[in-house]
Design a protein around this ligand. Structure first.
Ligand code: UDP
Length: 435
């Protein structure tokens, strides 16, 4: 199959750990490579966010990354990218008119917006993976949610308009149903883990127990709760990976806020902030830890717990989102309620007290990661989902069912980004003409 992966803000080539670079980047890179290994030809479309980027570059055998000029050739926070989905969609439409893919796989809601727009011109099947849903983000972050106000409405439009949706966990299915997605158009395929790279093995160990947190330094990842829990975990150290590179870490407001908390709590001698780590260095960092803490307030999927399990390290996680599927309570780790450092500390202490239990959980985690979450099996299930999508397509695409919204300059984006104000053909004609 010829597959177009569209990942507007999350490039498979990006450095990980920054505010907007994490699981989606890993997912798109690894899934594309694993699909190419299965004989497919994959092009990943992502926004050009640096002037020196080549228009197109190989990622691995069978995978090309195309840098799409749309908006400034500079880093732009993902919450400010929506206005650039119009030129992004125009490039996709042009490409796909010349050389239509068999299937388009959109990652994140804004890619869905761009793909549906381009697909209205070229009639290619669109599969959507949201990675995160605006409804969930709004529920948890409330006024701190910086997403464009149109996000919720546009996401509901995407749910109604795409050919199928790949949810990454059972919890997401419930959210999608509530948004009006029919069951027959939803497949559940989890994210994966590179079980070759993330594997058990020797690693430098300290005498003192080491707890590890890995992730983007954003409040919802619950790093503050891990720090607060440390007050009740005697004798253990906490290592925090993520955020900007080590030499720039304290320029980051969230890193500074957490470091201030550590000082206030008088535990600076037990907490180390490493800054972002190269993905390739993480297996050793994980293996040198006794437990990985993954304690977000909410989590669309969470690849880090899988990486820990694949390395044979137990996870103490919060019972939210994807962790409810990946971490088996009492077998591969322990699950605690979010926002409860006291319960987290008790769970960590119970595992630090029993090396035998930790070893058993580590082994069970490795087995589970290999059995269910290798990228090979994730790619196979994704391919099956593509086939089901293609088989269920009996009619040409209807105009995308995305509602209108108003841009700051007063125009409707249906005209601006050619998105669907349900005018359908006229909208499509206008976009095609604009090219
Ligand atoms: N990651 C990394 N270096 C860092 C921080 C994170 O390589 O400094 C990787 C991490 O190993 C994982 C991904 O970024 O593969 C984060 O994915 P996850 O799904 O856990 O969180 P998200 O970023 O999607 O919220």
């Amino acid at each position: 199959m010829k597959i177009a992966m569209v990942s507007e803000h999350a490039s498979p080539l990006a450095c990980l750990g920054g505010v907007d670079a994490g699981g989606q980047n890993v997912h798109v890179a690894a899934l594309s490579a694993a699909l190419a290994d299965r004989g497919h030809s994959v092009t990943v479309y992502t926004r050009a966010d640096h002037p020196a980027l080549p228009r197109s570059t190989p990622l691995t055998a069978g995978v090309i990354v195309e840098h799409v000029p749309a908006g400034p050739a500079a880093e732009v926070p993902k919450d400010e990218l929506l206005p650039f989905m119009q030129p992004f969609a125009a490039v996709l439409a042009e490409r796909w008119r010349q050389d239509p893919p068999d299937v388009v796989h959109a990652h994140f809601w804004m890619s869905g917006v761009a793909c549906l727009q381009a697909a209205a011109v070229t009639d290619v099947p669109v599969v959507q993976t949201f990675h995160a849903l605006g409804t969930v983000k709004r529920r948890w972050q409330k006024s701190a949610d910086g997403s464009p106000p149109e996000r919720l409405t546009l996401e509901r439009g995407i749910v109604r308009s795409v050919d199928s949706i790949i949810a990454t966990c059972a919890d997401e299915v419930a959210e999608l149903r509530a948004m009006g997605a029919p069951d027959e158009r939803i497949d559940v395929v989890p994210c994966g883990v590179d079980t070759q790279r993330f594997r058990p093995g020797p690693a430098p160990r300290n005498k003192r127990p080491r707890l590890l947190v890995i992730g983007r330094l954003v409040p919802r990842k619950g790093v503050e709760d891990a720090i607060r829990a440390l007050a009740d975990i005697v004798g253990a150290d906490l290592v925090i990976v993520g955020g900007p590179a080590a030499d720039e870490l304290m320029l980051d407001p969230e890193a500074r806020r957490l470091a201030d908390l550590v000082r206030e709590m008088n535990i600076a001698d037990r907490v180390r902030f490493l800054g972002r780590a190269a993905h390739a260095d993480l297996p050793e960092i994980i293996r040198s830890s006794d437990l990985v803490l993954a304690v977000p307030w909410y989590e669309p999927f969470g690849i880090v717990p899988l990486e820990a399990m694949a390395c044979g390290v137990p996870v103490v996680g919060t019972a939210v989102g994807g962790l409810l599927d990946t971490v088996v309570e009492g077998e591969t780790g322990l699950l605690v309620p979010p926002g409860r450092p006291d319960v987290l500390a008790a769970a960590v202490n119970s595992l630090l007290d029993s090396g035998t239990r930790r070893v058993a959980m580590g082994l069970a985690g490795r087995t589970r990661a290999e059995r269910l979450y290798s990228w090979e099996s994730v790619a196979q299930r994704t391919e099956e989902s593509y086939h089901r999508t293609l088989a269920s397509r009996t009619e040409p695409r209807k105009p995308p069912n995305l509602p209108p919204r108003t841009m700051p300059d007063g125009t409707t984006p249906a005209k601006r980004i050619g998105l669907a104000d349900r005018t359908g053909m006229s909208d499509r004609t206008e976009t095609a003409g604009a090219r």
